[in-house]
Ligand binder design. Sequence first.
Ligand code: KIV
Length: 290
Amino acid sequence: MTDTTPASPYGTLPPASPPASRKPISLPRLNEMRARGEKITMLTAYDATFAAVADAAGVECILVGDSLGMVCQGLTSTVGVSLADMCYHVQSVVRGIQRVQGTAWVIGDMPFGTYHESPEQAMRSATALMQAGAHMIKLEGGGWTTETVRFLVERGIPVCAHLGLTPQTVHALGGYRVQGRGEAAAVMRRDALALQDAGATMLVLEMVPADLSAQLTQQLPTCHTIGIGAGKGTAGQVLVMHDMLGVNLGKNPKFVRNFMQGQGSVLDAMRAYVQAVKQGEFPVDAEHAW
Ligand code: KIV
């Protein structure tokens, strides 16, 4: 069939019906990847075009993170991001992926204050993100979130938890610092096990010592650890897209590699990221971890 859609001057997504390049990513497919030792790749994306490019590059999971507060909205933290903002960006990402018949798993971040009051409040917020097109929601925090995670999972919402440096609580943590050192390691281990027990099937570990992340990964067979500044021993890796593309006037955190270097396009940079993660070439513990 010939595509009759006129070419758009605003970004160039391909015609609407290319053949799907892989099976849709689902929880069973992520479980299979983990079982065969294949690393899971994740990048953040916030709009249709970058999401479509990430999907085409082979990224399995796209996180519509509340980091959009910083990289899209110019805020100084994620605290000011609203649920309406998140739904708008989830819809944009999902449209971009659908437009190219993409297959990535889309995770919508629950912003600050939208799940803190009660499981019922969390259910309402998660419903908005799922109705915007997310396949899974992510929320930050330790033991206090366990009841909420169980409540959502029992009601059919896949949940990604987030431990370590949890940016929504940066003011309470006193800055963007490594978490889980010394006695805090035992608390993180207890929280991670409780979150798995509550049904979380993914867990972002941010700025967590590499040894602890690797141990947690071994102890969490049904909850896939996704590291950012957490060493190479996790089940998968995530980076904020702008950081890994070098779209950053400030200093990148030590856990970031600029994948644009040596590449001629964003698509190639994202492909290089996928390849480096799959082949165990990124991250390098001595360089990117603690
Ligand atoms: O909001 C976000 O992009 C995140 C990642 C940094 C994991 O939570």
